[in-house]
Design a protein around this ligand. Structure first.
Ligand code: SF4
Ligand code: SF4
Length: 322
């Protein structure tokens, strides 16, 4: 694909990407090698984008995604044609927790991970929006954002057309996403999208306050530069204590890489009542960690401050503080 070849040709083999790559640190993917056209263990790439954030010459993460999709023989699954998402949607919580849709100035977008693993976060999202006085309804074309690997078999123009179609379905209203990956992907195609953390932080004066002491560790995930400050702002506006922890990558579900990364993360957040995340993928990793610190999505923390903790019933690790 010409777009990939162009990006590879611009690599000067400086190695800056290797220094920040969480996978490389544990013997996984070597982005410099992949950019040179070698295998570079690309299947161990956790798709975090740290390489592209430091690279001054090209865009290695886009190459990694393409090469990884090729290496694992990824293709658009039938379930996408049936549901619009690349994984089967989950029934968990859907009949008990119906989203509080209210016509308003924006649409809510869930994303594949929420639909497949944590649909209760859609409910939490609508509650959080209502808490700050904003109604929302489901994005009419609420489908996969085209970030996942299967879409890397398409051309850039084909993916762009899908995203623009999603944006057009909002008819000019902003799209509020529960997943920072979805939000970033839509914005790459100039679709008017924002992450719910940023949306809530802009309305932090309307947030309720906890009436108890809660120690919150913050894990902003791969999109930390767009999210960290607003996650801190929301946490403080809710009257919770931010423990000022270091943060890092959860390693998604890449075996051999996620385990040591999660061990580091859990050690860093030890002592907190709750790990606050903005990313549904991070949510699934922290919630699945045996005896780990319980995790909450930012929409759930806002809902909890308003007295609604119903989504916590669906967590594997329930915060003892609630
Ligand atoms: S991808 Fe960028 S950071 Fe990595 S080796 Fe090439 S030029 Fe350097
Ligand atoms: S996306 Fe992340 S894991 Fe993959 S090569 Fe880049 S820095 Fe490494």
């Amino acid at each position: 694909m010409a777009e990939i070849a162009d990006r590879m040709a611009k690599c000067i083999q400086c190695g800056a990407c290797e220094k920040v790559c969480p996978s490389f640190r544990f013997g996984g993917c070597d982005p410099k090698e992949v950019m040179a056209g070698k295998p570079g263990n690309v299947t161990k790439c956790v798709q975090c984008g740290a390489c592209s954030r430091v690279c001054k010459n090209t865009d290695p993460v886009t190459v990694m995604l393409y090469m990884k999709a090729k290496a694992v023989g990824s293709s658009i699954p039938m379930v996408y044609r049936e549901t619009g998402f690349v994984r089967p949607v989950s029934d968990v919580s859907r009949s008990e927790l119906r989203p509080v849709w209210k016509d308003g100035g924006q649409y809510l977008m869930s994303g594949c991970i929420v639909e497949s693993f944590a649909p209760f976060l859609i409910y939490a999202g609508t509650v959080a929006m209502e808490v700050v006085g904003e109604g929302c309804t489901e994005l009419p074309k609420n489908t996969c954002c085209t970030y996942p690997l299967p879409f890397r078999t398409m051309t850039f123009a084909e993916r762009d057309a899908i995203k623009k179609d999603m944006g057009d379905s909002a008819s000019g209203k902003p799209i509020v996403a529960l997943c920072p990956g979805c939000e970033a992907e839509l914005r790459r195609s100039d679709v008017n999208a924002t992450h719910i953390v940023n949306f809530l932080a802009d309305r932090k004066d309307k947030l309720p306050k906890f009436h108890k002491k809660i120690k919150v560790a913050i894990e902003p995930g791969c999109h930390y530069s767009d999210l960290l400050d607003d996650m801190i702002a929301v946490t403080k506006a809710l009257g919770a204590e931010y423990v000022d922890n270091d943060f890092g990558c959860c390693g998604k579900a890449v075996q051999g890489i996620t385990e040591p990364l999660m061990e580091e993360r859990e050690a860093e957040v030890e002592g907190a009542d709750v790990i606050l995340v903005a990313c549904p993928m991070c949510f699934t990793r922290y919630d699945a960690y045996p005896n780990g610190v319980p995790v909450m999505h930012v929409a759930e923390l806002v809902a909890a401050a308003a007295g609604d903790t119903r989504t916590l019933a669906y967590h594997k690790l329930r915060p003892a503080v609630f």
